[in-house]
Ligand binder design. Structure first.
Ligand code: TRP
Length: 450
């Protein structure tokens, strides 16, 4: 296999951990996790999600990084070459295609939500939330999403900035993340502190950690599992591409553990910051995608220097979204560069333009076309369901099957270099049996086949 990637290489293991954590930690942790936990009744959902991270997410992350490093190209070409190496069908390059498409679909709505966060930077900084009531805060959110022009403007700005960073290539990514994660962590802890002092913290903690399994449906289990993929950026080749820029000596196993741990801590902190405010203000935990925008401003409106911290929080959230978006579009860009012989700049323009256009559908689904529904889902809901609950689990399942069954044991062992044979065999057992079976059962149950 190739020694290095056409697109460059990370300068160190630390650079890879930063970039991969930057990809993993994003709107999924701070915006999505709390609202889907709220919609699915809390505790039991959170427990299932944690279990999925551990038993499905982690082994698949190891597998995905490994495939990327061995293939050293965009997911499509990596899968084609690795399949050839293993003497398997060329059909496997479809896995790469699935990923390129999933990343493009996700980014199209991800960018719109990141746009909300950008809009909130301005709002919090202007002081509109100072002393605001829960109703006042909800109204401000309602006004924002009811205005398609504003949403479109923020979505456009976010896409432009993202594509500018991507156009600069791998090296551009490294610097963006270094200071951001620690700073975000500090503000989150501060917010949890606010919740402890002034919110309904105990109620929030028992909502998040007391498991009542009667509250989750099989659909909820699928959502929890899908979110484990989403939050770790798995199942579509994002981490595979990042892995393809990884120097050969780095240990994949321990790196994956660090990334998953950091990602989980951020999500749980976000939950612990948001739910005390939800309960203290009599808000509805299941109020949907607007949850953080309807809760956190209440905290910022009532704490000392709230406008300063609030502004900083939303700035950091935008940065976290950026470092994730980059990985959503990187597989497509890497493929355009490799196969269509485009310059990186041109590839970015085309990929960015297509994503931007599709994003308009999401913008409108919160206002003008909010009533246009298919199976009771808006355009945004459909994209979210299709990607997080269908495409990522199927992509992850295929990655597990490929790593566990198709690739030879010698090759995976030599690529992983795990410290002990016990570790390697446990990993192999997880990707061969546990992950594929679990994904298949959850998926088939949710769509009522079994
Ligand atoms: N993990 C990111 C988040 O939690 C989103 C993301 C980035 C992603 N790259 C991805 C999701 C690849 C799935 C696949 O916000």
């Amino acid at each position: 296999m190739r020694k290095a990637s056409l697109h460059g290489q990370w300068s160190s293991r630390f650079a890879f951990v930063l970039a991969a954590t930057g990809s993993a930690v994003g709107l999924g942790n701070i915006w999505k996790f709390p609202y889907i936990a709220g919609e699915n009744g809390g505790g039991a959902f959170v427990l299932i999600y944690l279990l999925c991270i551990l038993a499905i997410g982690l082994p698949i992350m190891v597998a995905e990084i490994m495939l990327g490093r061995r293939g050293r190209q965009s997911p499509i070409n990596t899968m084609r070459d690795l399949a050839a190496e293993a003497g398997a069908s060329r059909f496997w390059s479809w896995l790469g295609w699935l990923g390129v498409i999933a990343g493009f679909l996700i980014l199209s709505y991800y960018s719109v939500i990141a746009g909300w966060a950008m809009a909130y930077v301005v709002r919090v900084a202007s002081g509109v939330f100072e002393g605001a009531t829960a109703d006042g805060v909800s109204n401000i959110f309602g006004q924002l999403i009811a205005d398609p022009e504003k949403l479109l403007a923020w979505h456009s700005l976010f896409m432009i900035v993202t594509m500018l960073v991507v156009a600069r290539g791998v090296k551009g990514l490294e610097r963006t993340v270094k200071f951001l994660m620690p700073a975000l962590l500090v503000i989150l802890i501060l917010l949890v502190g606010f919740g402890m002092e002034q919110g309904a913290f105990e109620q929030a903690a028992s909502f998040l950690f007391k498991a009542d399994f009667s509250k989750v449906s099989s659909e909820g289990v699928l959502t929890a599992m899908g979110h484990a993929f989403f939050t770790l950026s798995l199942g579509m080749g994002a981490i595979m591409v990042y892995g393809s820029y990884l120097p050969t000596k780095v240990s994949i196993g321990s790196t994956a553990v660090i990334i998953a741990l950091a990602d989980t801590v951020v999500a749980l902190l976000a939950g612990l910051a948001i739910f005390p405010i939800v309960f203290a203000n009599g808000l509805e935990p299941g109020s949907g995608p607007g949850l953080i925008f309807q809760t956190l401003p209440i905290a910022f409106g009532h704490m000392a220097y709230g406008s300063v911290f609030g502004t900083l929080f939303f700035v950091l959230l935008v940065f976290a979204a950026w470092s994730s978006s980059i990985s959503l579009i990187e597989p497509a860009v890497a493929w355009l560069v490799e196969n269509k012989k485009m310059s990186r700049m041109r590839a970015c323009i085309w990929a960015g333009l297509a994503t931007w256009i599709l994003g308009i559908g999401t913008v409108l689904s919160f206002n003008l076309t909010a009533d246009v529904k298919l199976f009771d889902k808006t355009f945004f809901d459909i994209l979210d369901y299709l990607t997080a609950n269908v495409m990522l689990p199927l992509g992850g399942l295929s990655i597990a099957v490929f790593a566990g069954w198709v690739m030879s044991k010698e090759n995976s062992a030599s690529e992983l270099q795990l410290k002990s044979p016990i570790l390697f065999n446990s990993w192999l057992f997880l990707v061969k049996f546990v992950s594929p079976v679990a994904v298949a059962i959850v998926f088939l149950k949710a769509i009522d086949v079994i």
